[in-house]
Write a protein of this length. Structure first.
Length: 287
């Protein structure tokens, strides 16, 4: 039996088992792969950092250039140079002056201001003639252009408390005064006082109902043929150039069996276009 000792009687150190050659090569490849991944990640981080610094530099340069151009007065226009159509009965200069006054806008505008479209939109919405700001286009090359939808007057309201006639649109919103022709129906003797300033809805159910009816008549080009509107109990009476017509309840408040607003409008238009004949009762559904 082997005693594990050398001939001199000393103990031999245990022999280390040799690893297979394949295991050593796998370990080397693994270490190389980790170094490769670490290097790639480092390069990515460096690239992202450099990209961020470049973006910050360009952003700062853009702001500086814009500020320098603003200080030099380049790409600035007076407020009254904004391209826009004016509402009925107003000149463009007068309209822009009122918009600037009501909104508190500056006298000059910078076409390089990134917030200018939003500022212009808010400014024009402050005017009582403006129903909607459709688009705002700003370009250093072409200037500023605003596309608006205006409120249309459809009804004259006799304010009993103020003893004056005021104009409202189909939503019952009070409009500024207009000079010239008065070709809209009149709603007389309204007990509720109107709003203090244009651009606000008249706080009266009667005015709201009459405005909806007048708006429908205007859509059928009948405003010039209607003198006045008045309410009798629950029904509205339309005073036309040919006589009075019983309309019935206001648009949107019809009861069961009552013709629709569109049917009433067709019947009224047909009667007004002919000569003779009794005024129709628009509350009765025709076969």
């Amino acid at each position: 039996m082997s005693s594990g000792k050398s001939a001199s009687g000393e103990d031999k150190p245990p022999r280390r088992a040799k690893s297979p050659k394949g295991d050593d090569s796998t370990s080397v490849r693994s270490r190389r792969s980790k170094r490769t991944y670490s290097l790639a990640g480092l390069l990515v981080l460096v690239g992202v950092g450099l990209g961020g610094l470049c973006w910050l530099g360009l952003w700062g340069l853009d702001i500086r250039v814009r500020n320098d151009l603003d200080k030099a007065g380049a790409y600035q226009i007076p407020f009254n140079r904004v391209e826009v159509l004016s509402p009925r009965g107003m000149g463009r200069e007068a309209f822009l002056t009122e918009v600037r006054f009501l909104s508190g806008s500056a006298e000059t505008l910078s076409l390089l201001d990134r917030d200018l479209p939003a500022r212009l939109s808010a400014a024009f919405r402050s005017h009582p003639w403006v129903a909607e700001v459709r688009t705002v286009t700003v370009s250093p090359a072409t200037g500023a252009r605003v596309d608006l939808k205006f409120r249309d007057p459809v009804l004259r309201v006799a304010d009993a408390s103020a003893k004056v006639e005021r104009l409202v649109d189909a939503s019952g919103v009070l409009l500024p005064r207009l000079e010239g022709a008065r070709d809209w129906p009149l709603l007389d003797s309204v007990p509720e006082r109107g709003p203090e300033s244009p651009g606000k809805a008249w706080p009266s159910r009667m005015v709201a109902e009459a405005a909806r009816l007048a708006g429908l008549l205007a859509s059928g080009n009948l405003s010039g043929k209607v003198r006045a509107l008045r309410k009798k109990e629950t029904d509205w009476i339309v005073d036309t150039t040919r006589g009075e017509v019983r309309w019935g309840r206001s648009p949107g408040n019809e009861v069961a069996g009552e013709p629709s607003p569109a049917q009433k409008l067709v019947a009224l238009t047909d009667w007004l276009s002919k000569e003779g004949g009794e005024p129709p009762d628009l509350t009765i559904r025709t076969p």
